[in-house]
Write a protein that binds this ligand. Structure first.
Ligand SMILES: NC(=O)c1ccc[n+]([C@@H]2O[C@H](COP(=O)([O-])OP(=O)(O)OC[C@H]3O[C@@H](n4cnc5c(N)ncnc54)[C@H](O)[C@@H]3O)[C@@H](O)[C@H]2O)c1
Ligand SMILES: O=P(O)(O)OC[C@@H](O)CO
Ligand SMILES: [Zn+2]
Length: 347
């Protein structure tokens, strides 16, 4: 990505009921004709139908497609439908948004992000995490031209998804520490402003932990804005560095190894506890913050066998090798991984 360029969403709507204005918003953004709405199996009913109805009321011709995973195959399936489309909308969780975002990028048309859960910070980011043969690749994509975050829908999502989004933001702490380390050791390009925004977002969500309650529209709005802010830090940096370091390597490793991975943000939060200890920082601070948000803090709460935690710790350094972190080039030995997970009470 060109370090001189910062690509951001043009319009961001956050509030109860905004999904009912999807058609009007797309018209005001000067789109017309045929659009494609990408949803997940469950999010078609949760938000897709309302968005489609609003688009049709505004005179758009709408096609809908359902995706189940965030693989290159899913991206291609969506892209094959985009020939005469002027716009793609992704209505769902992180995987749906990433597939819609990547398909629009490859097709060279605009994308609007319509999150139905506040579970990840890909809502407004210019990245797409797409599964390839070995695992998950963080691909450069175009930022959404618009975000339509209906906080009424998001507040009704399972609270676990909201807590996962909070954990994804808390994990910015160790991502920034890894980025600083790589800047000092390897003179990697570092953006003070992106780092400051990312860290401020994490500090803010921790300070607001008591206000993040199940079923509250205000809580959904607070977390959505933080996730968008984290995605904007990624835009400013031109990479996911402000929000993805060794804790994300651990999560991506778990996605490959664990038979039943937990949610992305949940895994990154537990990864941040352990990586904070590796950085010599206060892991209890991270653990207590996650606990306050009812996000998982250990293997048991992730529903993942300790053996997979240890194995993911010993292989995490092999994920995206070019991104230097506290794991170094050789990663953790098995003994060191076991010690780390025990000291931080993850296993
Ligand atoms: N591109 C980026 O910058 C970025 C950033 C963070 C995460 N990600 C990616 O996002 C994915 C994680 O996203 P996720 O945690 O949302 O997982 P996900 O996309 O698998 O969604 C989790 C589940 O929540 C359900 N869901 C969504 N909204 C709902 C609602 N309102 N009510 C009930 N169920 C609802 C979905 O149907 C799905 O079953 C990972 O693939 C991760 O790599 C990408
Ligand atoms: O680049 P990756 O590691 O997919 O990270 C993006 C996002 O998960 C940061 O919260
Ligand atoms: Zn993340």
């Amino acid at each position: 990505m060109d370090p001189r360029k910062i690509q951001l969403p043009r319009e961001i709507y956050t509030g109860p009921g905004v999904i009912g204005e999807t058609g009007k918003i797309c018209s005001e953004l000067r789109f017309k004709g045929r659009v494609v709405v990408v949803t997940g199996p469950t999010t078609l009913k949760i938000g897709g139908e309302a968005a489609i109805e609003s688009l049709q009321d505004e005179g758009f011709e709408v096609d809908q497609v359902t995706v189940r995973e965030a693989s290159m195959g899913d991206v291609k399936d969506v892209q094959d439908l985009l020939d005469t489309a002027s716009l793609v909308l992704g209505v769902g969780g992180g995987k749906v948004i990433d597939v819609a975002k990547m398909a629009a990028t490859l097709q060279g048309i605009h994308f609007i992000s319509v999150p139905t859960a506040a579970s990840h910070d890909g809502i407004a980011s210019p990245r797409a995490s797409i599964k390839n043969g070995e695992g998950t690749a963080s691909l450069e994509a175009s930022s959404p031209i618009g975000v339509i975050a209906d906080t009424e829908i998001i507040s009704r999502a399972p609270f676990r998804l909201l807590a996962s989004g909070c954990a994804d933001i808390v994990s910015n702490y160790t991502a920034i520490m890894d980025w600083k380390l790589a800047h000092r050791l390897l003179n990697e390009r570092y953006s003070e402003s992106a780092a400051a925004l990312s860290l401020m977002t994490a500090k803010m969500i921790i300070r607001s932990a008591d206000a993040i309650k199940e079923g509250l529209e205000e809580s959904a709005r607070l977390v959505v804005k933080s996730l968008i802010s984290s995605g904007i830090a990624i835009s400013i940096a031109g990479s996911s560095r402000p929000a993805s370091g060794s804790e994300h390597k651990f999560s991506h490793a778990l996605d490959v190894i664990a038979p039943r991975p937990a949610l992305h943000g949940e895994q990154c939060g537990v990864g941040a506890i352990m990586m904070m200890h590796l950085h010599g920082g206060g892991w209890q601070f991270i653990r207590d913050a996650l606990s306050k948000m009812n996000a998982p803090t250990n293997a048991y709460e992730l529903g993942i066998d300790p053996e997979y935690i240890i194995e993911a710790l010993t292989t995490a350094h092999t994920i995206r090798r070019e991104r230097y972190t506290i794991l170094g080039d050789r990663g953790l030995t098995r003994e060191a991984a076991e010690n780390l997970a025990k000291i931080t009470e993850v296993i």
